[in-house]
Design a protein around this ligand. Sequence first.
Ligand SMILES: Cc1cc2nc3c(=O)[nH]c(=O)nc-3n(C[C@H](O)[C@H](O)[C@H](O)COP(=O)(O)OP(=O)(O)OC[C@H]3O[C@@H](n4cnc5c(N)ncnc54)[C@H](O)[C@@H]3O)c2cc1C
Ligand code: SF4
Ligand code: SF4
Ligand code: SF4
Length: 389
Amino acid sequence: MITMFIDPICKVHMSEKSDFVTEYGGKTYYFCSGKCKSKFDRLEKSVIRLKRNIGDREKISFGRLNKEIIKTGICTLCGACVASCEYVTFVDNKPKLVGKCTACGVCYNQCPRTITKEEDLIGKIRYAYAARSAIPGVKGQDGGVVTSMLAYALDEGLLDCAVVTKRSKDEPWKAEPVIVRTSAEVLESAGSIYTHSMTLEPLMSAIKQGMGSIGFVGPSCNIDAVHKMQTSSYGFLHLFLRARVLKFGLFCMDSFEHDGIKEFVESKGMDLNDIHSMKIRKGLFELGTSEGMKSYDLSELDQYRCSSCKYCTDMVSENTDISFGGVGTPVGWTTVLIRSSVGYEIFNEAVDSGYLEARPLEKAEMDRTINLAKMKKVQMYTLNRRQQG
Ligand SMILES: Cc1cc2nc3c(=O)[nH]c(=O)nc-3n(C[C@H](O)[C@H](O)[C@H](O)COP(=O)(O)OP(=O)(O)OC[C@H]3O[C@@H](n4cnc5c(N)ncnc54)[C@H](O)[C@@H]3O)c2cc1C
Ligand code: SF4
Ligand code: SF4
Ligand code: SF4
């Protein structure tokens, strides 16, 4: 049998070893000509340069690719990781590390399934702050920033009204979306209710009542409905309704069926009427009761999670004027991501007018936000449990 040698550049088959040789990654390559050899050597240098470049900035090992993409079953077997590293090969139809990984991150940065750009994780932002209310007595879910900004905008006449969600007076912890026109009314809507709220009905109602400038609060699924109305060719707000809607987006990992939360609370021997606060933080579901705070692992609520949330990948409400969340910043503060110029103006006016206190978001705070956003982008496939907040 004749052994054939294939030039890896021009793919010419050679019946014997040529004099144009390169050793790379423990293998010997033969070329038909000096031209092909120098092409290969140049490529090899580029890969080495790339490995050095990425590796200097951030250590990303094959382990991360394995954890996020291969083990989760979303690897497409495209072979980009195998092509980018001599230590990765296909074993049993899966990319596998067969040498010592230097955590250069090259394979991770070629894979079509990884997310490597900050913008792809948290959308476009202009400024990021940590903020909290400066209005005495405001008790928000985190820093009370959404409520205080709306109060400022309503007091100043920048908004005619706002669509917010309050706790129903008839059924404890039932989300009730409402239109508010004054800062006194908006203060009553502070806090989060971890169920879906049908906010679009009051929005349409406000528009029909002739409100020209409306603040709208909701997590990304609600915000995206408004965004669609503003941007789709046949969207109401795009075609004939002339209202300006300022979108206040809430970070969101999940929400639960109202009846499910009720069942859960009752299974712990309590009544929803006796729960005065609810908070999700660092993978825990915390209930404020007259006997103090009770904490449960969030996974205990898995069965009550709304089905749409399992397929939702936008944690930070990417299509907003401003997004707000608790992750990243200390207890009592809100993480604020400003995306539009009008959002920036109103936020800063509220700070200057003494409604809010703010400072730039620190890098570690932003990193925690990005990590949670990333977890949500991939949880669609992995249903990873979140452990940070
Ligand atoms: C279902 C849900 C899940 C969330 N998950 C996360 C999370 O995983 N990580 C994170 O960092 N932040 C999450 N948040 C956002 C967080 O709870 C706070 O709303 C946010 O940090 C703003 O805090 P604040 O004190 O500035 O807001 P506040 O001043 O307390 O104002 C909160 C505003 O949210 C409105 N609101 C309350 N419940 C709803 C609802 N169900 N639908 C629409 N609007 C509502 C209120 O009307 C109010 O205007 C979630 C919010 C919700 C509603
Ligand atoms: S390219 Fe190779 S060395 Fe670099 S991270 Fe991937 S497996 Fe490790
Ligand atoms: S680059 Fe990503 S998708 Fe392609 S084979 Fe490797 S792990 Fe799978
Ligand atoms: S996880 Fe997504 S779909 Fe579920 S409530 Fe939050 S934004 Fe809406």
